[in-house]
Design a protein around this ligand. Structure first.
Ligand code: FAD
Length: 467
């Protein structure tokens, strides 16, 4: 009997997992392990999620999960020696840091009697293999989708998780103690409890609800933050609590526009990973190099007003408060607050990327970095910099009755629909009638939209004129 380590990372599930499939088909005795690597600097909301997700995974694994903290190669070596391990198995991750860590571990065992075997269960396809016909990476989404993903039928693994055969190991009993020590929760994170159920069961429930309530009408409804049309699966997908192939398969044979558009969103995630894999500097450098010379501003007060949801633009403030209160923000609003930060405030996209990294429960290295570069116009196939969202127009179009705004900006709960999108356009007396004093109850706008729009366009023009 071969003893194998299952090294869990971004695949915190037991169903449709290539590593578990391998172990069951090859009758391995397994030691399931999660190693918390403090050098990976996970955001606060992600830590909150991870802790609960590991507890849930441990339950699925019948209390057999080992959770340890430390440098993965050292931790693995220790477990290998103590448990006569002959194989280390894991699903690949795709950032530069993760890949170099994986290679380092593979090298350690190169001439030893321990095999490192890797699989791909975090994405629909291995990004190494989704190249153009000329073997170069895609930089445009539509051909990427059409040539690599359109019309694919996915197969799921078929196995019985009750047959997993575990190695006995004393370290198992430590799990709660270690999780409490390494993944401490702050006061503000307690609110996340009301919104989410991390783990495989929570993910399955979200998929079920989406298929019966959200999918029908998704193509239009997904743009409406005041309605519940999107799946809310993103944190579950981020931590691999549900197989991305299972999500794709669930809409595979529906033959509706709604199902196709939803599947295309899953492929946007694949595209983000494709960019991360082939352009690892996506995380910290402009993909379009000309933006290296862009004259970003530096204004701490503006950044803080944006982070706190105190800009005086209700749709922006609702989005930023939704993020802080729930660890999530609707995609349409992510685009609006993103455009406001990088264009109206002219602050570097990395400020937004960092704040989202810390506060989103779905904070994902590929999707977050690619989306910020998309919003900023600095990325591949990005929204051009000169296309600047007007938050008031967006608000009127996608939250016409102010339902979303009122949910998160309580100061405006008595303001009628026609005024709510931009209260500062109305005179003091009108607002007073609705119990609102600007500057006291709710801020005046921190910038003028038209002046800042022109400022951004001039800066972009100047950049474009440079040789
Ligand atoms: P649904 O509409 O139900 O979509 C289903 C799934 O498809 C999502 O769960 C997600 O896995 C994927 N998906 C949908 N839209 C996108 C997209 N544009 N790019 C990549 N994947 C997508 N998504 C993250 O998962 N993590 C992030 O850190 C993240 N940061 C973002 C930052 C900015 C500035 C912007 C504009 C978008 C970001 N997104 C990120 C993408 C998107 O906003 C979320 O995936 C989506 O809002 C999640 O909600 P949902 O699960 O209900 O989505």
């Amino acid at each position: 009997m071969v003893n194998s380590i299952i090294w869990f990372r971004n695949d915190l599930r037991i169903n449709d997992n290539a590593v578990i499939n391998y172990c069951l088909k090859n009758k391995r005795k397994v030691l399931p392990v999660y190693i918390y690597d403090p050098s990976t600097s996970l955001g606060s909301a992600s830590k909150w999620w991870l802790k609960r997700s590991l507890i849930s995974l441990n339950n699925s694994l019948k209390g057999n999960l080992i959770v340890i903290e430390g440098e993965p190669s050292k931790m693995l070596l220790d477990l290998v020696n103590k448990n006569s391990i002959k194989e280390i198995l894991w699903n690949e991750r795709y950032s530069k840091y993760d890949r170099s860590q994986d290679n380092e571990i593979i090298n350690i065992y190169k001439n030893k009697e321990v095999n490192c075997i890797t699989f791909h269960s975090c994405l629909l396809k291995n990004p190494q293999k989704t190249l153009k016909k000329d073997a170069t990476p895609f930089k445009v989404y539509t051909p990427f989708y059409k040539q690599q993903y359109q019309g694919i039928a996915y197969e799921l693994f078929n196995y019985n998780t009750d047959e997993i055969d575990y190695i006995d190991c004393d370290d198992k009993k430590q799990i709660l103690k270690i999780l409490d020590m390494t993944l401490r929760t702050e006061k503000w994170q307690e609110k996340l409890q009301d919104e989410w159920s991390p783990g495989e069961a929570g993910a399955q429930e979200k998929l079920k609800v989406f298929l019966s309530n959200g999918l029908n009408g998704y193509s239009e409804g997904r743009n409406r933050p005041d309605k519940q049309h999107t799946s809310m699966l993103s944190p579950h997908i981020r931590f691999g609590e549900i197989s991305i192939r299972e999500v794709a398969k669930a809409v595979e044979n529906k033959n509706t526009e709604d199902a196709e558009i939803f599947y295309k969103e899953l492929v946007w995630r694949e595209f983000s990973y494709h960019l991360l894999y082939h352009f690892p500097h996506l995380v910290d450098k402009n993909l379009q190099k000309k933006f290296d010379k862009f004259k970003w501003l530096d204004n701490k007060d503006h950044l803080e007003s944006w982070q706190k949801g105190m800009t005086g633009y209700p749709i922006i403030d609702a989005g930023m408060r939704q993020l802080y209160q729930t660890g999530y923000m609707h995609n349409r609003v992510r685009m609006i607050v993103g455009s406001f930060l990088v264009k109206n405030l002219m602050l570097h996209w990395s400020h937004g990327q960092k704040w989202f990294w810390d506060t989103l429960v779905d904070a994902d290295i590929a999707s977050n970095s690619a989306s910020w570069q998309w919003v900023a116009g600095t990325g591949a196939d990005a929204a051009p910099y000169f296309r600047i969202f007007n938050p008031i127009t967006q608000s009127k179009k996608f939250d016409p009755d102010g339902v979303y705004i009122k949910k998160y900006v309580h100061e405006l709960k008595n303001i009628p629909n026609n005024i709510i999108h931009m209260p500062s356009d109305y005179d003091i007396e009108t607002l007073k009638n609705y119990g609102l004093i600007l500057g006291e109850d709710y801020p005046f706008p921190i910038v003028d939209l038209s002046i800042t729009r022109n400022r951004a366009l001039s800066a972009f023009k100047e950049l474009s004129a440079e040789k």
